[in-house]
Ligand binder design. Structure first.
Ligand code: NAP
Length: 283
């Protein structure tokens, strides 16, 4: 940029109402870093040129979201171990000399929230609803946390089976349809139920019958709103976690990779909460 500002942004297509610009810009400003965080909606055919542009000295890198998380891995010079484990990247970082490195901070973001919640998952059973990009990070984090059994339920169950195989989790994970009848046998013994589907963003829709939530389980919904599933979990006295902290933690780790500075977490959390509240008032 001619004005000396660094640039960083979110690469995806299409891009809806992302909270990342609000909390990333707040972090850059709080640290006195002259940079702008922008939305870069980029159709598939334009992704190679956009990624190549990040080699310029004025770029920090970018976050990556659907549908480009897998595609970008083939466009960079090196990849962090998390990218190899997940087969997908959510962060690109410009290194010295214009080299590009892919990383995946979703894994860190989810794992950190699990640790903060103090859940005892070693030898436990976890039920994961969804088999998209978010479920990848969730499944790898849960496997690394030592769960003994994973049930991966998806509307298109063949996608769940493919994901289990791709992540090398066939020894502990079982694919299932996203249907109450299919989940009923597994739920009573589950210590954690994660909603990694897009169901819950609108109205009171739930990915499974809330009456099936078992006593003693924690319920984690990756959406950032108080969904009907989370409200039902709270009404039963269950630990209920939403996805806002995971979002902010993955962004904080990306910020640190781009800037080499400690992320101002309280600033980022406050900015994310304010942007979410503004979005909910507007909808
Ligand atoms: P994705 O790759 O597009 O996957 C979407 C998932 O939702 C798939 O499992 C899909 O099932 C399922 N789904 C969509 N519509 C459905 C419906 N009507 N009924 C049943 N299942 C449905 O998206 P993603 O990136 O994994 O995101 C999934 C959710 O996680 C979203 O709500 C997203 O906002 C959230 N997320 C949160 C964070 C965070 O940091 N908190 C990070 C990433 C994502 P099929 O495969 O059968 O289509």
């Amino acid at each position: 940029m001619a004005d000396g500002m660094k640039r960083v942004g979110l690469l995806g297509y299409p891009l809806g109402h992302s909270l990342s610009p609000a909390f990333q810009q707040a972090a850059l400003d709080a640290c006195g870093i002259a940079a702008r965080y922008e939305l870069w909606p980029t159709p598939p055919e334009a992704v190679p040129a956009l990624v190549a542009s990040l080699r310029q000295p004025d770029a920090f890198g970018c976050n990556v979201t659907i549908p480009h998380k897998e595609r970008v891995v083939g466009l960079v010079d090196e990849a962090a171990p998390a990218v190899a484990r997940l087969g997908a990247a959510n962060t690109l970082v410009r290194l010295a000399g214009g080299r590009l490195r892919a990383d995946n901070t979703d894994l860190y973001g989810f794992a950190r929230t699990l640790a903060e919640a103090g859940l005892a998952l070693r030898s436990a059973t976890a039920v994961v609803l969804g088999a998209g990009g978010a479920a990848r990070a969730v499944l790898v984090a849960l496997a690394e946390a030592g769960v003994a059994r994973l049930i991966v339920a998806n509307r298109h169950p063949e996608r769940a089976a493919r994901l289990v195989a791709a992540l090398g989790l066939t020894g502990i994970a079982t694919a299932a349809p996203l249907a109450d009848a299919a989940l009923r046998p597994w739920l009573p013994g589950a210590a954690l139920i994660v909603n990694a589907t897009a169901v819950g963003w609108h109205g009171d829709e739930t990915p499974l019958d809330p009456d099936l939530l078992p006593a003693g389980a924690a319920v984690y919904d990756l959406t950032y709103r108080s969904t009907a599933l989370l409200r039902a979990a709270r009404a039963r006295g269950l630990l209920a976690l939403d996805g806002l902290r995971m979002l902010v933690y993955q962004g904080a780790r990306s910020f640190e990779l781009w800037t080499g500075r400690a992320a101002p977490l309280p600033v980022m959390l406050a900015a994310a909460e304010a942007a979410l509240a503004a979005r909910e008032r507007a909808s």
